[in-house]
Design a protein around this ligand. Sequence first.
Ligand SMILES: Cc1ncc(COP(=O)(O)O)c(C=O)c1O
Length: 400
Amino acid sequence: MEKLADSLGRIAPSATVGISQKAREMASKGRDIIALSAGEPDFDTPNHIKDAAIAAIEAGKTKYTNVDGIDELKEAVAVKFRRDNNLEVSARDCFVGAGGKQIIFNALMATLNPGDEVIIPIPYWVSYPDIVRLAGATPVFAQANAETGFKLTPERLERAISKQSKWLILNSPSNPSGATYSAEELRQLGAVLERYPHVHILSDDIYEQLVYTGNDFATIGQVCPALAGRTLTLNGVSKSHSMTGWRVGYCTGPKHILSGMAKLQSQSTTNPCSISQWAAVEALNGSQQFLGYWREVFEQRRDMVVAELNNIKGIECLTPDGAFYVFPSIRRLLDKTSRNGQHIATDEDFVMALLEETGVALVHGSAFGLPGHFRLSYAASNDALEKALVRIGEFCDGLG
Ligand SMILES: Cc1ncc(COP(=O)(O)O)c(C=O)c1O
């Protein structure tokens, strides 16, 4: 076979996509599968947003657009950042891409050189380290575990900073842990970052709208205005409006970085899909009423899932403040053998055996940099969650 690009040798296919694919293959062969591995809300895109897309098609808004997004969407994004996050930005400071992932890709590709380092707290979203590696730079991991509520502490941040640090990636609420930084915690991290003016901050706020009772969402650019000149604040409609397939993400950040990202985007996707952009205008400007209901449903499911998991011997699960994931520890279940005789040495063995023996698909913690855990997405019906929890419980009880 022809040799592929060396850069591809530095990265791995997405583990979350891999498990979901395996689950789909098993389902297509007739297995009864409950997939709790995917990272998308199970709600449909609200009708008023679909209607806006249909209207855009009918009005012929089906051509190339500005590279960095239509003016109407950049204006809606600026209004959103001012309204929800107190960021003093105008449409000129905003940028639209084909999903949050393309924004991250553009930002890192546009700014990183070999030798540069990017600080990534563990556990992390699977794509961060691989995009950094693809850009030829080096991920530097900063440990955050259950003892710190899966959050980076100021001490650990400071230890990870070097002369080569170009970016710190913060993700709150977090995929995979659901951990959500308070304004005060962000202020403390910000106080460290103020001493290191060469470090930029990529704040991945994609789960902003999914924060549950008693917690307020805060973003670092808002609580640490001194860092605004080197903070890229990223968001998108995938999780907030259940629009994962529409591919629209957006950000605000330093002008020179946005123009580098536009240069890159002009030579890759040209612009995000015109129809999806018009739908996103409606998503941001239109009614947000549905969100209250979604949050309520997610919160109830979270509470049910956490309680049930903690009832299973050997599993320990924190209650996350946001997103739609839980990230329990299964350390006490390792080095055991399943009823079907499979030895469970690692978290990956655990999720593979669980999938094969019970049909429940989860993702192993090591895919997110933290072995001894799994990620369960509760963006699934109550019925599916209840059945899955019974199966997980039986599987764990059968380990000996
Ligand atoms: C933490 C995080 N950031 C960014 C994204 C990218 O979302 P999208 O490209 O669909 O906007 C995801 C999606 O799973 C995510 O979990």
